[in-house]
Design a protein around this ligand. Sequence first.
Ligand code: 5AD
Length: 343
Amino acid sequence: MTPLTALSTIRRMEEGQLPAPEELARLLSPDGEVLRDALFEAADRVREKHCGKAVHVRAIIEFSNVCRCECAYCGLHAKNSNVVRYQMTEEEILAAAKDAVEAGYQTVILQSGEDLSYSRETVGRLVSSIKRVGNVAITLSLGERPFADYAYWRECGADRYLIKHEISDETVYNRYHPHSSFQNRLACQRELSRLGYELGGGFMTGLPGQTPLTLANDLLLLKKMGVAMAGIGPYICHGETALRGNPDGDVNLTLRVVAAARLLLPRANLPSTTAVNVKGGLTNALNCGANVIMQKATPYKYRNLYDIYPGRDSKDVPLKEQYEALRAQLSALGRTIYENGDG
Ligand code: 5AD
């Protein structure tokens, strides 16, 4: 493909046309790299037009690292006996949520491994209690659960659910997730949308087995599933997983994929994911389509135990300070924090 045809792909996507998978794959292939700046600029325009300058800031509370799954890339997989496992109590989770709300965060994300010891009722009670703390949106990110759990939590007031498709190649997905299946994952996403959750999807870039065509299909699948939010982050290799020894995903490629996601999903919430932030890409992501930042609000005594991938938080910064430092960083970029009450 000549740079000129890839440029016309960018132009047409900016106008709202859906590209063919092969065309999008070419834009995301190494050959498309020369058009990186044009792609970033287009994504920045679309973000400015549809989302403005405000950045949504979310607090993630990683309340348990116990997991029944065996994801080939994840350091917390069930068989990793080197992980020191923790489970926060309901009181600890509620206290962490209060801290986050008091610091200024307007969305609380409750995330954990697939830990069934937190029952439908326990999670429901947490959702209702956090809703009483203040005017916050609640996102759940608890993996695959019975649909009755999803329905109950929605009734308790949960607003959003984050469950990524991780990789759109069904064969590769099923190989990396021996405990479940690609079709089940999509069924969960459909059910969550049907229940009225704002659906958060997403995937990793640079997973072994992924090609530019997979990436194009990853993006088109987000569109097809009607996600309101998409977390796109680089794969970061963890030494205690089935995929140990593989190279990390490339941050630059990740940013091109985020930019393409912005063109395809003009109004979606696109975070600079924690994996992008770990790799130092936060500022860049905000300039190529991202409009959301997810920050950890897990108590420090547990934070480094949530070891999905390498990248540690060393300094113990109070949440309020973390939030205000972010405000200053955003303001230096000409951006503001979205503070209108609904996260
Ligand atoms: N590198 C990057 N992201 C990862 N995740 C899990 N393991 C890794 C890894 N090794 C992401 C997945 C999952 C989320 C909780 O963390 O996308 O959905």
